[in-house]
Design a protein. Structure first.
Lengths: 383, 291
């Protein structure tokens, strides 16, 4: 086990605590850079979605994970980013300009949402963000002169510095990856700055933060704006990847998916956003696998276990019917959320830390290290 | 004028359904500080149970109704035991997510079992209308209003006059202190979930003649019940129903007098306005923050 001796504050907030981090993340980046030459086009497409979802996840983590303000309205921010891009594109605005404009506008809207949210906490904030998302969805469906209403909008292929960037090509993937990496690095820097420390202080105790001289209102609005801005950037990429946007894409369902991303990944570290995004995006290929291959596999297993050909056939049909049932995806989402909340509250990254610690401490690991504290005493109403 | 009254009555009837769902939120919130995002889906499930008993098995309406309520009360206890009890005492966000997950699961499973079609339950009140002068009021809408008033009164008495109700209020204030005073908090929470699922079932069955039952009805109406609960002040039983009625009337009026599109947004605009101006709601208590 490695012991890090920290002798001053600089040591504590270093981006790479020791050289091992440089090597492992460098290796990861190298793998990601050569990925387009190795992986199939389907997996590449999924990887682009991972990048976009992870970017949103990082944005949401700033707000929910580090400032402690839950939001179920991030699909609306994504929509604002996507629609800004699609709208400005009609006037032949170059990509860098509308990319920045989308982020800024979404950040501004985020700040505007942040102001009313100042007085709200916990459940009220969740409900308020849901309402905001509904109103945005309805505006997109009704403001036909700008958004074309329910017909949706086509998003033209991206033009970047005179070249055409196809949404399936490696350049687009590199762009998404760059946005993700820049977002993560920027967020890491933000979180070790006084602003980020203030966010964490607000999350841990608003009253204590205020008594330490932190302007809670200002930092909450900042957190909303930054989180929304990042989501807006992701929205531009989202629009380009799908090449068509319409209001029914940005529903509560999508907001919940974003929350699932950080919930599954782990809400206490930026690793969580990436791991959660990988998990969420990979549910679809998994379902396809379940539908196409699983019945045959299970029937094969049943046959080897001694079931007759007829029984095996019945089993195969039953499994196929189950796997192609309508709404299986929703049921799986539901089970995943409940299972993670109940059994793995720290998410996938928490599980990774536990496994790591288990081997570092090999015979001495105890489960209580990561045990959550229950609070029965205080009512959140009186907090 | 006549149009106005017609809209008012149908708004109140719809609002009563919102109010009944909101009542479920409030019950669970009052007793356990948990906000149950699956409340609408419990309502949907209750409606489907009633449909199975009445429409498919051909039971008498009242027998089927009672059967659905009992089944759903048991189901509510089961859901509490599996999903909520292990995480009671953890931050609210975890519990909100768990109930969202439960809602997802129920919606999908109901869609798998009963399909995605719309269903209708034949009730004794489906047919007739009440005529007062030139005013025509359908019995099914009046039945919703009557049932809401009865349920609300019963629950109000239950919470304020019975030992069990007092125990529920005590455990919501401070679970640990309630436990020290000899209240079996776990059983109390279990019963609260049973009651809230039963109330949701009543809403589902009463709703069936007005809007049809389908697997997504819980999501749609459940989210409309939030503005109702917030407007009334989360944690107040009369507040939930009054809030529900107000939201129903606002929605109905917006649909009639304002351009298309306002109908769906109006409840949420009201909600945001309430949260901005009076976050504790109409009937809520204003509580000072303590460290």
């Amino acid at each position: 086990m490695r012991f890090l001796f920290k002798t001053d504050y600089e040591d504590d907030i270093r981006l790479f605590p020791h050289s091992g981090y440089v090597y492992s993340y460098g290796l990861l980046l190298a793998v990601l850079l050569i990925a387009p030459y190795v992986l199939s086009s389907y997996l590449m497409s999924q990887l682009v979605f991972v990048c976009i979802y992870a970017t949103v996840g990082v944005g949401l983590l700033i707000l929910t994970g580090f400032t402690g303000q839950a939001s179920l309205g991030h699909a609306a921010f994504l929509a604002i980013g996507a629609y800004t891009a699609a709208y400005l594109q009609q006037f032949n605005v170059p990509f860098p300009v509308y990319f920045l404009a989308a982020g800024l506008l979404t950040g501004l809207v985020g700040a505007l949402v942040g102001f009313p949210a100042l007085r709200l906490q916990g459940i009220y904030l969740v409900i308020a963000t849901i309402s905001f998302a509904f109103i945005v969805e309805e505006i997109m469906a009704r403001w036909e002169s700008v958004t074309h209403g329910n017909e949706g909008m086509r998003v033209k292929t991206m033009q970047l510095f005179g070249t055409t960037v196809s949404r399936d090509g490696p350049t687009f993937y590199y762009l998404c990856l760059a946005v993700l990496v820049l977002t993560i690095v920027g967020t890491l820097n933000l979180l070790r700055s006084p602003t980020g420390r203030a966010f964490v202080a607000i999350r841990d105790s608003e009253t204590a933060a205020r008594s330490m001289g932190i302007n809670v209102a200002l930092y909450k609005v900042k957190s909303f704006a930054i989180s929304a801005g990042i989501t807006g950037f992701a929205g531009v990429l989202f629009a380009h990847k799908l090449s068509f946007i319409s209001p029914e894409m940005f529903t509560l369902q999508l907001s919940i998916e974003f929350i699932i991303v950080i919930l599954i990944g782990g809400t206490f570290s930026l690793h969580g956003a990436v791991l959660g995004a990988i998990f969420l995006v990979m549910i679809d290929p998994f379902l396809t696998y379940l539908k196409d291959d699983m019945p045959g596999v299970i029937a094969g297993v049943a046959a080897t276990l001694g079931a007759g050909t007829e029984r095996a056939g019945h089993i195969q049909d039953a499994v196929a019917a189950f796997a192609s049932a309508n709404g299986l995806k929703g049921a799986i989402y539901g089970v995943i959320i409940v299972v993670f909340v109940l059994f793995e509250p720290l998410g996938l990254y928490g599980r990774w830390l536990k496994i790591k610690l288990f081997f570092q401490l090999f015979p001495l690991y105890k489960r209580a290290t990561f045990k959550r504290q229950k609070i029965y005493v205080k009512s959140e109403r009186n907090r | 004028m006549l149009d106005f009254v017609q809209q008012l009555v149908s708004g109140i009837a719809l609002g009563c359904v919102y109010g009944l769902i909101a009542l479920g939120f409030v019950l669970v919130y009052k007793a356990t500080e948990v906000v149950n995002f699956a409340q609408g889906d419990l309502m949907m499930l209750g409606g489907f149970f009633a449909f199975t008993f009445i429409g498919m098995l051909g039971l008498n309406y009242w027998v089927g109704f009672a059967g659905a309520v009992i089944c759903m009360a048991l189901f509510g206890m089961l859901a509490e035991r599996i999903v909520v009890r292990p995480i009671l005492g953890y931050p609210q966000f975890s519990i909100i997510m768990a109930t969202i997950g439960l809602g997802y699961f129920l919606r999908s499973v109901a869609g798998m079992i009963w399909g995605t079609d719309d269903f209708k339950i034949d009730t004794p009140f489906s047919q007739g209308v009440l005529r007062i002068g030139s005013l025509v009021l359908a019995y099914d809408k009046l039945s919703v209003i009557a049932a809401t008033i009865i349920l609300c009164a019963l629950l109000y008495l239950f919470f304020n006059r019975t030992t069990l109700g007092t125990a529920m209020r005590a455990s919501s204030e401070n679970m640990l202190a309630a436990y020290y005073m000899g209240i079996p908090v776990k059983r109390v929470v279990s019963i609260v979930w049973a009651i809230s699922a039963a109330v949701a079932t009543c809403a589902g069955v009463l709703l069936a003649p007005i809007t049809f039952i389908h697997s997504n009805v819980g999501l749609v109406l459940g989210l409309k019940a939030f503005p109702a609960a917030v407007l009334g002040g989360f944690g107040s039983i009369p507040g939930a129903v009054v809030g529900g009625v107000l939201i129903g009337v606002i929605e109905s009026m917006a649909g009639f007098y304002l351009p298309q599109g306002w109908k769906d947004v109006a409840p949420y605009i009201v909600l945001l306005a309430v949260l901005l101006l009076k976050p504790e709601g109409l009937f809520g208590l204003h509580v000072r923050k303590k460290v």
